[in-house]
Design a protein around this ligand. Structure first.
Ligand SMILES: NC(=O)c1ccc[n+]([C@@H]2O[C@H](COP(=O)([O-])OP(=O)(O)OC[C@H]3O[C@@H](n4cnc5c(N)ncnc54)[C@H](O)[C@@H]3O)[C@@H](O)[C@H]2O)c1
Length: 315
């Protein structure tokens, strides 16, 4: 199939692009390189479109004109967090930038999908749950705690709105905390697993929020790619959790990293400087299992082992 991946130079987009190309699809990535990096595409056999900014969809339309419509669009593009890559919370103040980039561009991509009869699978986020109690289920009310989460809520509303106009089902995936090879370019926005491993590899004590008992649903990148492949075959539109279906504390992450890296470093606890972080995220994965036949294959132990085997853990 001819497939478009927006945000294809990013962590998740590039892993998906490489896998789909390996499966024999004709894959095109489109990215503004706002946060993505060309490094992620070194092993990608496909076409790379460079967008000037979020409004620049001309290269995509040009590709459609020259080579024909895309049968599937994976929309991964987004400003991906409220913490700027320099570690400050500055990005969270840019409401205008967030909504224009994340929501308005999605609307344009959906218009393209309507015009060209493309199927759409896109990236939402568990941040839409905010303070809802775990395990997080898709029917819980929205509780966005920051502009990033709100942009995902608005995208979900758009996704429902367009479901009736699109020729094929549209599927949104609420990823939890994704980790794995290909995330290094994200800096402070990379997973805690990557950031802690990076500290530990140079002999530093891993710095985590006091007292290390915040829990996260950490999902390995290979599971996220698999979930996207399943979503591509969905028979009805929907929004699905995309997690491991379990949670682990930061203390458990440090213990697992010590085991895999062969280190014995005690956590260095510090106060959480951000008022908006979730204490406990854990996805209920029953809807994805029932409708998409998706069962996560990686728990924290297997995921960190696979990450280490890739040679990219903390590198
Ligand atoms: N990694 C996670 O843990 C996680 C969790 C929940 C949701 N998500 C979502 O998954 C998607 C991919 O995230 P990621 O972790 O790969 O981050 P990433 O920053 O590596 O990738 C995002 C990519 O989108 C590109 N981009 C941004 N705005 C664009 C635009 N308007 N047009 C084209 N390209 C644009 C960036 O340059 C980057 O390459 C995002 O939508 C993100 O919100 C990720």
């Amino acid at each position: 199939m001819r497939i478009l991946i927006t945000g294809g130079a990013g962590f998740i987009g590039s892993n998906l692009a490489i896998r789909l190309a390996q499966l024999g699809h004709a894959v095109t990535t489109a990215d503004t390189f706002l946060s993505g990096h060309w490094h992620t595409l070194c092993h990608f056999e496909g076409d790379v479109l460079t967008l000037h900014d979020r409004t620049d969809l001309a290269p995509i339309y040009e590709s459609v004109k020259r080579y024909g419509p895309f049968e599937v669009i994976f929309h991964q593009a987004a400003i991906t967090g409220v913490i700027a890559s320099d570690g400050t919370a500055r990005a969270g103040e840019d409401v205008h930038g967030f909504l224009r980039n994340n929501v308005e561009q999605f609307r344009s991509i959906l218009d393209l999908a309507v015009e060209t009869s493309a199927r759409v699978v896109w990236a939402s986020s568990c941040s839409v749950y905010g303070r809802n109690p775990p395990p997080m289920r898709e029917d819980q009310p929205y509780d966005p705690l920051n502009i990033y989460a709100f942009s995902k809520v608005q995208k979900e509303r758009l996704s429902r709105l367009y479901a009736t106009r699109l020729k094929h089902p549209i599927v949104g995936l609420r990823y939890s905390n994704v980790y794995g090879p290909g995330e290094a370019h994200k800096g402070k926005l990379a997973s805690m697993i990557h950031q802690l491993a990076r500290q530990m590899l140079v002999g530093k004590r891993p710095r985590i929020f006091r007292a290390g008992e915040q829990r996260r649903d950490f999902v390995y990148i290979d599971d996220v790619v698999e979930l996207n492949l399943r979503a591509m075959q969905a028979t009805k539109s929907g929004i699905y959790n995309g997690g491991a279906g379990a949670s682990w504390s930061f203390n458990e992450v440090v213990a697992e990293l010590n085991r895999v890296l062969g280190t014995h470093l005690e956590p260095d606890y510090f106060e959480n400087p951000y008022g908006f972080t979730q204490d406990w995220t854990e996805c209920d994965m029953s809807r994805a299992r029932a409708d998409l036949g998706f069962v996560p294959a990686f728990d924290l132990r297997r995921g960190i082992e696979a990450y280490q085997a890739s040679g990219k853990l903390g590198v």
